[in-house]
Design a binder for this molecule. Structure first.
Ligand code: CO
Ligand code: CO
Length: 327
């Protein structure tokens, strides 16, 4: 669902305040946090979607990696997961088995366990998981904690929406998006460990609202984030596919809803602007850190994170807009 429709729905829900709910509906974070005692809080999240690749095992892996991501974005450790599978039974049971195996393997890699699930017969397959994790209430990472002077790191390249659109339109085969698939099946675990170890001031993951949409959740009213567009990484083939018109509808929705908050340089090309709004599946983490941690963070990510680490901007006191883009 686009950001505008979602905002309309959420604003009509009654607000629920309770002391134990450390992160709930009022904040832009995608996971909820419920405090059990002084040292333990539960982290809850759910995510599912239609296939974005043809191979069912790979789809299962991507869906699980994506569902686990919101636990990592909060600094949590996943414990248990429940499958959500909507499925046309005419596809036969083997395909469903492959999807669930892919999901199960990623949950296992995360050190968690699939402990149940629910199926619904449906015209189009959909798969994902509800994941429960734990976090130390004193160490929760939230989207809105960045401070002036912090640097901004991104832990995966962008462009999964463009590549999935190109695959669907049969402009490319799955082998031509191997790097993108590798990225979408890479857990955000290492990135989350880094954010915890270096005491990140803010963290979120990049998913459906694109880089700029999710970044806006990190930019509180007294801050501006300056992005250096030449430092923003894209998966191989993304620019070429976008130039051939393979931009998903979600990118347009994101741009329409959020663009008033962004200032572009005059000479920024239209293609790059589009790409900054591309909705991501299983995207990386955006991490805000004090500048003195920058070098250590990049070294850590380059050594341990399969998708690397990228310094893409920094935060300052508020200028004329929440996000300003420089070349
Ligand atoms: Co998220
Ligand atoms: Co989500």
């Amino acid at each position: 669902m686009g950001p505008e429709d979602l905002a309309k729905i959420l604003k009509n829900l009654p607000s629920q305040q309770r002391e134990e709910i450390l992160v709930g509906l009022e904040t832009p974070d995608d996971a909820a946090v419920y405090q059990l005692d002084e040292h333990t809080a539960l982290v809850h999240t759910v995510d599912f979607f239609t296939p974005i690749v043809d191979d069912p095992y790979t789809f299962g892996q991507i869906a699980a990696t994506n569902a686990l991501s919101d636990i990592y974005a909060m600094g949590g450790r996943p414990l248990t997961a429940m499958n959500i599978l909507c499925y046309p039974c005419k596809l036969g049971t083997e395909v469903a088995v492959e999807i669930l195996k892919g999901g199960n393997d990623k949950v296992k890699e995360a050190g968690a366990m699939v402990v149940g699930g629910h199926t619904v017969e449906d015209e189009e397959p959909k798969f994902g998981l509800a994941v429960t994790g734990i976090v130390d209430p004193g160490l929760i990472l939230i989207a809105g904690g960045a401070r002036p002077g912090d640097v901004l790191l991104l832990t995966k390249p962008l462009g999964t929406g463009v590549m999935a659109t190109a695959l669907k339109a049969e402009f490319i085969g799955e082998d031509e998006m191997a790097e993108t698939i590798r990225g979408m099946t890479t857990l955000n675990r290492v990135a989350s460990e880094l954010a915890l170890e270096l005491k990140a001031s803010a963290c979120t993951d990049v998913t459906g609202f694109g880089l700029l949409g999710h970044l806006l959740n990190m930019v509180s009213h007294h801050l501006t984030c300056i992005l250096r567009v030449s430092d923003i990484p894209f998966y191989p083939g993304v620019r070429e596919m976008a130039s051939q018109g393979m931009l998903p509808a979600g990118a347009r929705n994101n741009r329409l809803y959020y663009e008033k908050n962004v200032i572009y340089p005059d000479d920024l090309d239209a293609l790059t602007i589009d790409l900054l709004w591309d909705p991501q599946t299983s995207g990386g983490l955006l991490i805000a850190l004090p500048p003195e941690s920058e070098e250590r963070a990049l070294k850590f990510l380059k050594a341990k994170n399969p998708c690397g680490g990228y310094l893409i901007g920094y935060f300052t006191e508020r200028r004329s807009a929440p996000i300003e883009i420089s070349i």
